[in-house]
Design a protein around this ligand. Structure first.
Ligand code: ZN
Length: 132
């Protein structure tokens, strides 16, 4: 596994894009809405990893609820795997609680699945596999 990206929940993705563009001294390379999740995302390449900004597009989305409860900040860590189905099975057998038993489509051309933070020391973990 490698750290593919860090997801950060933000209230205003336009304002945050400007902030992170200044921080990294380069523009984001992609903006993408994931309708099924009710989020708008933008991505920055930072060395080997990426930063994913997430803004809620509707009040029922997980990001809206996260911000309501905890405020803006780090939302999840995403690790790239080569075979997400095999990893889901392995981790499930190891006793990890999966939010998604089967992978679903995520942003940035990936299949993704989340582990429940209850089983990972309070850290929301995303597994992702490039669709190629
Ligand atoms: Zn992510």
């Amino acid at each position: 596994m490698k750290l593919e990206h860090i997801g950060i929940a933000v209230k205003d993705i336009e304002a945050s894009n400007k902030l992170f563009e200044t921080l990294f001294n380069k523009p984001h390379y992609k903006i993408e809405a994931v309708e099924s999740e009710g989020v708008k995302t933008s991505f920055f390449q930072v060395g080997e990893s990426k930063i994913e900004l997430l803004e809620a597009t509707n009040p029922d989305s997980a990001i809206a609820k996260f911000i309501e409860k905890k405020g803006e900040g780090i939302h999840h860590l995403a690790f790239e795997v080569t075979d997400i189905d095999a990893e889901i099975e392995r981790l499930s057998n190891e006793g990890f609680q999966l939010i998604h038993q089967t992978p679903k489509d995520g942003a940035d051309n990936k299949r993704i699945a989340f582990l429940h933070p209850k089983s990972t020391n309070g850290v929301l973990v995303e597994l992702c596999q490039d669709k190629g």
